[in-house]
Design a protein around this ligand. Structure first.
Ligand SMILES: [Zn+2]
Length: 253
């Protein structure tokens, strides 16, 4: 059953990541011309350099108060850039009729100190992705734009056209392995944004069927997840979150 209010909206998937901070794409876009990516390379380089600076400061005779002030100053600048990027996404989305932004139901909490001081911390999950999510929500609220969340599982690996789980052989490239599908290659972030948007519409996501290699544990998890695309049901992560793909935390980002 499709609630009319969902069907009448223009779902715009927003994939969050590092290569692209935000990638926005409506569910029904016929080609990739209207996709809106905001590159993240420079931003990630700033985060890396920030971490190196803090490590140098912590190893120096600099007092803690000075270091904390430095971190806060840099953090503000980083937040400002993300806020600007979120504004761009909201401007883009506002051009559509009855838009709703659709993101993954990522439930990490930002922890900048973890990124700066924990050698095992992942840049995306420790700070960037949760912060990008929070900034997008805050800016969207200023625009009066609704933000819905849908299950994130395999959104970066599922083909937007046929729903089959494809491959990520070259990091930023998605390859559909379904020989009956018209999609061969696609930009991985574009594909993920469109998949997220599609998940907003119940029954419109994941026409799952096993790839030629046969079902795997991951596929079973996806199939289990595939029955409940309604974003209203995604509020409880414990009910919706299958095991994360062990080899691709970055790709899911
Ligand atoms: Zn496909």
């Amino acid at each position: 059953m499709i609630p009319m209010r969902n069907a009448e909206r223009t779902a715009i998937g927003v994939d969050l990541g590092e290569y692209n901070l935000y990638t926005a794409c409506p569910a029904r876009m016929p080609d990739w011309n209207g996709v809106y990516p905001i590159r993240g390379n420079e931003y990630c380089a700033r985060l890396d350099e920030f971490r190196e600076q803090v490590a140098a400061l912590l190893g120096s005779e600099c007092d803690r108060e000075t270091i904390v002030a430095y971190v806060e100053h840099r953090r503000e600048a980083l937040l400002e850039r993300l806020t600007d990027a979120a504004h761009e996404i909201c401007e883009y989305a506002s051009a559509y009729d009855r838009p709703v932004l659709v993101t993954e139901d990522n439930h990490y909490q930002p922890d900048l100190w973890a990124w700066l001081t924990d050698p095992d911390a992942h840049r995306g999950t420790a700070w960037l992705l949760p912060t990008a999510h929070l900034r997008l929500r805050a800016v969207a609220a200023e625009y009066g734009l609704e933000v819905a969340t849908v299950p994130e599982a395999y959104s970066s690996q599922e083909c937007h056209a046929c729903g089959v789980i494809g491959e990520r052989p070259l990091g930023e490239t998605f390859r559909c392995t379904n020989s009956d599908c018209h999609v061969d290659w696609a930009d991985a972030d574009y594909n993920a944004a469109k998949v997220l948007a599609q998940r907003y519409y119940p029954g419109r996501r994941c026409a799952y069927r096993p790839s030629r290699s046969g079902p795997t544990e991951e596929h079973s998890a996806l199939a289990a997840d595939g029955g409940s695309p309604q974003h209203q049901q995604s509020q409880d992560p414990e009910l919706q979150q299958p095991p994360r793909s062990p080899q691709s935390p970055q790709e899911d980002a």
